[in-house]
Design a protein around this ligand. Structure first.
Ligand code: ATP
Length: 243
């Protein structure tokens, strides 16, 4: 199911935050929303899952216009700040989130085993979340987001505050999830992470300044560094109309 974002405009308090954004994310790929802090990545994710509505433009999953409750069961979200229960164990958190989906008791037990193994938390399953490290919380939050085997998975800055070694292992997990057929949309402001993705949407000041496959984007730069594309965009914005 491709995701079509067409001419989206969104303002908060009359202040435009997303400005005429149009792009299509091909099914089964990893697409990153790359941009500096405050550029509009979280807002775009909230629009794409239907949590907020745009003033102008449309978003479709395949032929289905968003927001649409019936497609929500196919969507997973790992929010920027983990929404976990500190006083419950890792496993108990997953039982809680599993209860929100339509998964039978026995299937849920099996699926919890599976996702704990995917995020490498099986041996810590009984530990209370308040005693988890930051990285373990991120991994548990990822486990909760994929519990219902979503076809589309949104990850909002999933590797913030994560050390490089753990970041690598988390990206391996994303690739495993992609290989199982899930489309992944991941926001980041870490330029290096773009090379892990198939497509990248470069967001700057609420505008989509470029969208292409990662090799195509890197070809446009002199040194193969994504930062250059943002530097070019900021120079253009200073000379142009952008607010
Ligand atoms: N609910 C809201 N009400 C008012 N302004 C908002 C709201 N949500 C976001 N904004 C503003 O919209 C702009 C984009 O914010 P957004 O969180 O989408 O950026 P971001 O790229 O995800 O940033 P970060 O990387 O820091 O998370 C910011 O100026 C922010 O202050």
């Amino acid at each position: 199911m491709d995701i079509h974002v067409s001419n989206i405009n969104k303002s908060f308090d009359q202040h435009p935050v997303i400005k005429d954004v149009t792009f299509t994310i091909p099914s089964g790929e990893i697409c990153c929303l790359l941009g500096p802090s405050g550029s509009g990545k979280t807002t775009l994710i909230r629009l794409m899952i239907g949590a907020i509505t745009a003033e102008e433009g449309t978003i479709h999953y395949g032929d289905v216009q968003i927001p649409n409750l019936s497609v929500l069961k196919n969507v997973g979200l790992m929010p920027q700040n983990e929404a976990l229960y500190d006083d419950l164990s890792g496993e108990a958190n997953l039982y809680f989130f599993g209860g929100l989906y339509d998964i039978g008791k026995r299937d849920l037990k099996e699926r919890i085993e599976e996702v704990l193994a995917i995020v490498d938390l099986t041996e810590h399953r009984k530990k209370l979340v308040k005693n988890f490290s930051g990285g373990m919380k991120k991994r548990l939050s990822l486990a909760a987001a994929i519990l219902h085997s979503p076809k589309i998975l949104f990850l909002d800055e999933p590797t913030v505050g994560i050390d490089p070694v753990l970041r690598r292992s988390i990206w391996e997990q994303f690739r495993m999830i992609k290989n199982s057929g899930t489309t992944i949309i991941v926001s980041t402001h870490v330029m290096d992470e773009v090379t892990e993705c198939d497509q990248a949407a470069l967001i700057y000041n609420g505008r989509l300044i470029d969208y292409n496959t990662v090799p195509h984007l890197l070809e446009k730069t002199e040194n193969g560094r994504v930062e250059e594309l943002f530097l070019m965009a900021s120079t253009q914005a200073k000379g142009g109309e952008d607010s």
